[in-house]
Design a protein around this ligand. Structure first.
Ligand code: CO8
Length: 257
């Protein structure tokens, strides 16, 4: 039974993980890390789930890692426990992840949003990596994912000053996939996840893997990887169905296989 999250199914083939620690603005403590990664891994194994939404509340997606939990720890504690390594499990989720961000997405909250594949932000969203104001640095991937997302100049600005940017600036910088009115966030996030989940699941998983490979390899290696995955789609039923449906001018009926 989860304490820090709610899990539901807002639409066909769509699962949703809602961060639920309102008393701490969804600060990510170790229990939240375990519950989020365990839930996501379970949903990833479910053939009836084609996309997973990760969202918070209207006030906060997540206001960071839990500062109160971290404050008393020593170097020995965080090093021995490899603090935050557990989040790597979320990066191993192969089902597309859609973040719906309203309010604060700071520190670990911004980093959690960046672990997702599509990031939809409400116009109330605020992003930042304020760790430096606490005498630490990002520890859940911020220095790497933010730099890749928005470039060195802007990532240095945010990480060295700890300043917060609003949703419009985040969108201009390329951190955000789409910007929507706050009252449309949940509907837009669910609709986007539904759209993704309606596609062939193997194709969506391969597409996610191919895009992510762009961060891990040279262009020539990435292009070869993409081409081989493209070839592999021809082993699926859904490739036959998708192309037949196009030719016959009818909607495709994917079997997700
Ligand atoms: N951790 C723990 N509790 C938090 C956090 C947090 N990150 N953020 C908010 N809370 C708590 C507050 O303490 C408060 O609790 P209480 O009512 O018991 O005092 C409650 O949530 C509500 O917060 P506020 O009263 O502060 O709400 P405001 O609307 O006044 O302010 C802010 C909202 C601006 C978001 C403010 O709460 C804030 O600045 N929060 C901290 C933001 C932050 O610094 N986040 C980064 C954390 S560090 C991190 O994420 C990665 C660290 C990596 C280190 C690597 C180590 C290995």
């Amino acid at each position: 039974m989860s304490v820090t999250i709610l899990v539901d199914r807002p639409a066909e083939r769509v699962a949703r993980i809602t961060l639920n620690r309102p008393e701490a603005l969804n600060a990510l403590n170790l229990q939240a890390m375990r519950e989020i990664t365990t839930a996501a891994a379970g949903l990833d194994r479910d053939p009836d789930v084609g996309a997973i939404v990760v969202t918070g509340s209207a006030k906060a997606f997540a206001a960071g890692a839990d500062v109160k939990e971290m404050a008393p720890r020593s170097f020995g504690d965080v090093f021995a426990a490899d603090w935050f390594a557990g989040w790597d499990a979320l990066s191993r989720v192969r089902t597309p992840l859609v973040a719906g961000v309203a309010g604060y997405a700071l520190g670990g909250g911004c980093e959690l949003a960046m672990m997702c594949d599509v990031l939809i932000a409400a116009d109330t969203a605020k992003f930042g990596q304020p760790e430096i104001t606490l005498g630490v640095i990002p520890g859940m991937g911020g220095s790497q994912r933010l730099t890749r997302a928005i470039g060195k100049a802007k990532a240095m600005d945010l990480i060295l000053t700890g300043r917060t940017i609003d949703a419009a600036e985040a969108e201009r910088a390329g951190l955000v996939s789409r910007l929507v009115a706050a009252d449309a966030l949940l509907a837009e996030t669910t609709a986007t996840a539904s759209k993704i989940a309606s596609m062939s699941k193997p194709a969506a998983m391969l597409a996610k893997e191919a895009v992510n490979r762009a961060f891990e390899s040279s262009l020539s290696e990435g292009l070869l990887f993409e081409r081989r995955l493209f070839h592999a789609t021809f082993a699926t039923h859904d490739q036959k169905e998708g192309m037949a449906a196009f030719t016959e001018k009818r909607p495709a009926e994917f079997r997700h296989a």
